[in-house]
Write a protein that binds this ligand. Structure first.
Ligand code: PLP
Length: 409
């Protein structure tokens, strides 16, 4: 269901706009490229902000989802903070103009150099994932004559019902401080001179579509938070991470993620203590649906049991199918209006594969497409998150350009 008539209108605009632009203005543009609909990005951000503000929540954006310059600038201008997982992301956040006090820095393997950089940049929080990391930050901060503000990233052992490769909050994951370590970590960290322990951080996975998971997370956060309060520590912030999923199957039907029910679910289960601020660090849900990876068909191979469409984009531009067997909707823009099958279309089954020398280099297997030919343009949808940011130069491939909707206005 569309959340509003506006959502529907916006998405139809996105989909049909891409189609008509391709047929007219960018038909001769070299492929592959990422197409980012910046108006749609704005709408998504405004939707997330409107609903989260209603509950007094604070939003950060997880750079790892997409760290494109223009995308970051728009997100910063919208008043959203930064969530970084490397020193270079912290540097980019500062360079883009995010305020240091809005920058969080997580990551299971921060190097000394990255810690120094975060301290020099006066970032708001280091989200710390082990006692050893905390003692290293304490030591480095001491040498620099500084005090580091930290949040404990806790692994709450909550199942997120998503792909095992993007589950981060169960015991066997490498992330966070385990529940049974909390007492020891707390008693040592709170004595360290150059550490200011002030937050609790959780992030249990990505592409979570079952909202009950966030109720479960909230209950666990309540338990942990109460335990800390009883132990004499009131965190000034509770950070519940990111994780809200998007609808890869129906990007036209559910264009803007269900922020309404997501925040409502958390609000009705989370019981913060007075004075505790609630933060989120959303990635995918803010940027996935604004993007498409646009690619040209190089060759078609009609086999006995399989038909292949070989495109000029590959896993180097969108690795999610190879990494997690992820589904992305694919449209042949040269053949039909997106989402509108014409009655006499000749529909065939295809594996859509890239040119990279790996069997895992595919975008989809056994999908229906109208009869597809060399030179056709395909849009691989929902490619605004974890596509460009995960791109590789494997096989010494060129970097794909980005075309923004307003480049074509
Ligand atoms: C620490 C942290 N925060 C936030 C995110 C963003 O998650 P998502 O893109 O699912 O919202 C991630 C992604 O894995 C993460 O590792």
């Amino acid at each position: 269901m569309f959340q509003s008539a506006l959502d529907k209108m916006l998405f139809l605009t996105h989909s049909t706009m891409l189609n008509s632009l391709l047929k007219t203005k960018i038909a001769g543009t070299p492929t592959p490229f990422y197409y980012y609909d910046l108006d749609f990005l704005q709408e998504t951000l405004q939707s997330a902000l409107k609903i989260s503000t209603k509950y007094g929540y604070f939003l950060h954006y997880a750079f790892k989802a997409n760290a494109d310059d223009r995308v970051l600038f728009i997100i910063k201008e919208a008043g959203i903070g930064a969530d970084c997982v490397s020193g270079n992301e912290v540097l980019k956040a500062l360079k883009t103009g995010f305020l240091p006090e809005e920058i969080f820095y997580a990551g299971v393997g921060k190097t000394d150099k990255e810690i120094i950089l975060g301290l020099e940049g006066k970032i708001a929080f280091f989200n710390c994932e082990s006692l050893q990391e905390i003692t290293v930050i304490n030591e480095i901060a001491g040498k620099m004559g500084l005090k580091a503000k930290i949040a404990l990233r806790i692994n709450p052992n909550v199942e997120s019902h998503t792909h095992s490769y993007i589950t981060t909050g169960i015991q066997e994951n490498k992330f966070g401080i385990q529940m049974w370590e909390l007492e020891k970590v707390f008693s040592i960290a709170s004595e360290l001179k150059n550490i200011n322990l002030d937050g609790l951080h959780f992030h249990i996975g990505s592409q979570i579509t079952d909202l009950e998971v966030f109720a479960n997370l909230s209950h666990k956060v309540n338990e942990i938070n109460d335990w800390f309060i009883n132990s004499g520590f009131k965190a000034s912030i509770l950070n519940l991470g990111g994780g809200l999923g998007v609808d890869y199957n129906n990007p036209d039907v559910f264009p803007i993620p269900d922020f309404e029910n997501y925040f409502r679910m958390i609000n009705s289960h989370l019981k913060p203590h007075p004075g505790q601020d609630i933060h989120f660090e959303l990635g995918r849900s803010l940027v996935a649906q604004m993007g498409s990876l646009v690619t040209r068909v190089l060759y078609t191979k009609m086999g006995k049991s399989k038909n292949f469409v070989v495109t000029d984009a590959g896993m180097t531009e969108l690795i999610r199918p190879a990494l997690y067997s992820s589904f992305h909707k694919i449209e042949n823009l040269s053949r039909s209006q997106p989402g509108v099958a014409s009655e006499n279309e000749d529909i065939r089954k295809y594996d859509v594969v890239g040119p990279v020398c790996e069997t895992s280099d595919f975008f989809a297997k056994g999908i229906d497409l109208p009869l597809t030919e060399r030179g056709d343009i395909l849009a691989i949808r929902s490619a605004g998150a974890y596509a460009q940011s995960m791109s590789l130069d494997y096989n010494l491939r060129d970097k794909a350009e980005v075309i923004y909707s307003d480049d074509l206005a």
